[in-house]
Design a protein around this ligand. Structure first.
Ligand SMILES: CC(C)(COP(=O)([O-])OP(=O)([O-])OC[C@H]1O[C@@H](n2cnc3c(N)ncnc32)[C@H](O)[C@@H]1OP(=O)([O-])[O-])[C@@H](O)C(=O)NCCC(=O)NCCSC(=O)C[C@@](C)(O)CC(=O)[O-]
Length: 299
């Protein structure tokens, strides 16, 4: 059965922008975040407190958080890979922080410069600090449906990591198809493995759209009881550690799907679409949302 309501986690300002080649003006980032909040999106990942040497686009995350004119009821979150990242996020005023493990040793080494086990030790420190400061903690697992370096990924490893992240205190685990290779069959296989052990309300899906499977995978996940979906306005993004991977499934496309299914989500598709069109114009890039392109071309 499909859920009556789906929460969208808008990752455009972080996942969407982290891989952009050119400089992005702080004002453009802030305008995007404000437009997304104005469109009714209540969970917005606004930045990442990672090593700026590795992800320069997120180097101004302090300034981003300082510049946000907060909308009541919106949670502005950030990625925090380690204690230092947590301290930066807390000082900047992030409402929520996210730790991000990988279900592939090779990807963990590239993305975090350490093994999965070492990353979990670092995350435990972040989790302790988050608990001390009463800051909600979200967990990601990357490469759940495939790894750019080592190929197939076993669902058993995803389950082990998810359980460890939940035990640390994550209120939700976002399952990332980082390179967008999975199909509905892969999504189903993963969720069939996880759901007997982890309740659906502790899971979210984070589908990149490289092979055009994002929406289909999300639909399969909704059918299996998942009610939190990560997406990126205009389908912006990619991962600096997964060459060739395209952005997340576009928020506008997810909203169009949810509208068609009669599922409540609380966002205004047209406002999101205009936010997407504006940032694409500012970045001088094409819009990857099929729904936005169709709607914007209507007379
Ligand atoms: C994990 C680290 C930090 C390890 O960082 P490191 O460089 O490997 O290791 P280190 O701990 O030895 O530190 C070296 C230097 O980095 C500094 N440093 C250390 N930590 C921080 C920090 N938090 N903020 C600022 N600076 C930091 C530290 O102070 C030191 O500075 P130095 O002494 O050389 O001047 C690094 O490898 C890193 O930042 N990686 C980037 C990870 C990243 O942002 N990846 C992209 C996002 S993840 C993703 O896209 C997947 C996801 C979530 O979207 C889900 C999906 O799609 O599947």
């Amino acid at each position: 059965m499909l859920p009556a309501r789906v929460d969208i986690v808008e990752v455009g300002p972080r996942d969407g922008l982290q891989n952009e080649p050119g400089t992005i003006a702080l004002a453009d980032k802030l305008a995007l975040i404000h437009a997304l909040a104005d469109a009714g999106l209540t969970r917005i990942e606004a930045g990442a407190f990672v090593n700026p040497k590795w992800v320069p686009q997120m180097a101004d995350s302090e300034a981003v958080f300082a510049g946000i004119e907060r909308t009541l009821g919106v949670r502005y979150s950030a990625l925090t890979p380690n204690r230092k990242g947590f301290e930066r996020a807390q000082a900047a005023g992030a409402d929520e922080v996210a730790i991000f493990a990988a279900a592939s040793e090779a990807f963990s080494e590239k993305n975090l410069n350490c093994s999965i086990a070492e990353s979990l030790d670092r995350f435990a420190e972040v989790a302790r600090a988050a608990r001390e400061h009463a800051i909600p903690l979200r967990g990601y697992i990357s490469c759940v449906l495939g790894c750019p370096y080592s190929g197939e990924v076993e669902p058993t490893l995803c389950l082990d990591i998810a359980q460890e992240l939940l035990a640390m205190g994550c209120y939700e685990i976002s399952l990332g198809d980082t390179i967008g290779v999975g199909t509905a069959a892969h999504t189903e296989r993963l969720l069939e493995h996880l759901l007997p052990h982890i309740h659906a309300d502790k899971l979210a899906v984070h589908m990149h759209d490289t092979y055009g499977q994002g929406l289909t995978n999300i639909y399969r996940a909704l059918q299996m009881g998942i009610a939190v979906v990560d997406s990126s306005v205009a389908g912006l993004g990619g991962c600096p550690y997964a060459k060739g991977a395209s952005g997340n499934v576009a928020t506008e496309d997810v909203l169009y799907l949810l509208n068609g299914l009669g599922i409540e989500h609380g966002a205004d598709l047209h406002k999101v679409m205009h936010a997407g069109a504006r940032i694409c114009e500012r970045l001088n890039k094409s819009n990857n949302s099929r729904a936005a392109k169709a709607l914007l071309s209507k007379p």
